[in-house]
Design a protein around this ligand. Structure first.
Ligand SMILES: C[S@@+](CC[C@H](N)C(=O)[O-])C[C@H]1O[C@@H](n2cnc3c(N)ncnc32)[C@H](O)[C@@H]1O
Length: 423
């Protein structure tokens, strides 16, 4: 019997991951999936790559990979994770140079800096100084900063590894500084109720938070072979758009957004603010994310969906509760149509003899069970792929159970997260 490490860790343990991305799966789980099911694959694609667990584990196993994510900040993290362990000792001295360069520099103040939501002007400015100093000391092309903040799909892969590494340390340090604004739900960052309640950490505190994160991240690098990073390409953009334009892969290992209306982009507000993305661009990213809770400006996905999916949408539309027919059912249809389309594309890009490994979680709409396991199996079945293995893991921290309102009206539900393997 095959046993696998769990895909997720409890939230407190997640803070100890290479990067604290709440939706990330563990390296131990991805390693087990490679060993148990993808041993023969020489190339793998993850179209919802997030913080880059798949691409990092693939590189450490000398497997060629491509990781796609709509979130440019996470693509930077995924790139940074490819930094080889062999240079770990040189990162602390470079961080000291960055901190010294930041102390001396006086970058122009930005008028509408997104960091000003949580931080006073001097603290926001200090983070900008560190950002400038990262470019200066790592000799990164400044144009890349613009490319990252306007959605150039290949910008993350052109970013020098150590630039991506220090950006990730600055992201994590900013997240540490803003921990007071974390909501009870791990995807929320609350804003202070008035500008007076913004934080005003001293410049030295910010620089120490940065160098501490450099130490932490460099002690946990996992790529042993110095040139393995060349095996991974990290792209930023919509999975369905980028996949349409790719060659074929031996395997796919991924975890799509679930039917829980999580706003992944909003949950990365600290990282996206460090990148300096404009509010308009952030709104576009939110609109283009699969499963976005937004309604306005979202792409409507046309085309048929499998019978099981259509049947569920009709049951939701017929539910007596307010908003079922007008909001939730159209949202669910669009979500399922997008997942279906992406799975069709994945099936077309993975070689016929190759395997597709998906991690999905079920959820509930009121009393109706959204059996995502069954729905994705139907979509891949229609594309000629059959389920050869399933591993179920109990979910201890389901978001719907964290929502106080849902808790009041519904019994605590048992959720399952599953690895589904198709051939
Ligand atoms: C469940 S998470 C995957 C986490 C990943 N396995 C990891 O270890 O970090 C789903 C990811 O899909 C991304 N995403 C959402 N909509 C997308 C889209 N249309 N195209 C590409 N990525 C998208 C989100 O940004 C999020 O990082």
């Amino acid at each position: 019997m095959i046993t696998l490490a769990s895909p997720k860790q409890p939230p407190i343990e997640q803070q100890k991951d290479w990067y604290p991305y709440y939706a990330g799966f563990t390296s131990a789980f991805v390693t087990d999936v490679f060993k148990s099911y993808l041993e023969l694959a020489k190339s793998v694609v993850d179209p919802w790559n997030g913080s880059g667990t798949t691409t990092a584990v693939a590189a450490s196993r000398s497997v060629t990979s491509m990781g796609i994510d709509i979130n440019p900040a996470l693509s930077v993290v995924a790139r940074a994770r490819l930094t080889p362990k062999s240079i770990a000792d040189s990162l602390a001295p470079i961080a000291a140079d960055i901190a010294a360069a930041a102390e001396k520099s006086t970058p122009a103040k930005r008028e509408h800096d997104p960091l000003l939501v949580w931080l006073g002007p001097a603290a926001s400015n200090e983070i900008r100084k560190l950002q400038r100093a990262i470019h200066l000391v790592t000799a990164a092309d400044d144009a890349l900063e613009v490319d990252l903040s306007t959605g150039d799909e290949s910008a993350p892969s052109r970013l020098p590894l150590i630039t991506a590494f220090f950006y990730s340390a600055l992201f994590a340090a900013t997240r540490d500084l803003l921990r007071r604004f974390r909501g009870s739900n791990p995807t929320w960052m609350v804003a202070p109720t008035s500008p007076h309640k913004r934080l005003r950490p001293r410049p030295e505190t910010i620089r120490v938070a940065f160098t501490d994160r450099v130490d932490y991240l460099s002690s946990r690098l996992q790529i042993i072979k110095p040139d393995s990073n060349e095996l991974a390409s990290i792209l930023t953009g919509r999975a369905s758009v980028i996949l349409s334009d790719q060659h074929s892969f031996d395997a796919c290992l991924t975890s799509p957004p679930y039917a829980t209306r999580i706003d992944y982009i909003k949950s990365s507000a600290p990282e996206l603010s460090v990148l300096g993305l404009s509010t308009d661009f952030i709104t576009t990213l939110r609109q283009q994310s699969t499963g976005t809770p937004l309604v306005r400006g979202v792409n409507r996905i046309e085309g048929d969906i499998p019978e099981e999916a259509q049947d569920l949408v009709e049951r939701v539309a017929g539910h007596e509760s307010h908003g079922s027919a007008n909001y939730y059912a159209p949202w669910l249809r669009n979500y399922l149509a997008e997942i279906h389309k992406a799975l069709e594309l994945i099936a077309a890009r993975v070689k016929p003899a190759g395997r597709i490994a998906l991690v999905v979680q079920d959820s509930y709409y009121k009393s109706l069970h959204i059996d995502l396991q069954k729905l994705v199996t139907a979509s891949l079945g229609a594309a000629g792929r059959s389920l050869i293995a399933q591993h179920d893991f109990p979910v201890r921290h389901a978001l719907s159970n964290m929502n106080a309102n849902a808790r009041r009206h519904l019994p605590i539900r048992k959720h399952r997260e599953s690895l589904l393997v198709f051939e």
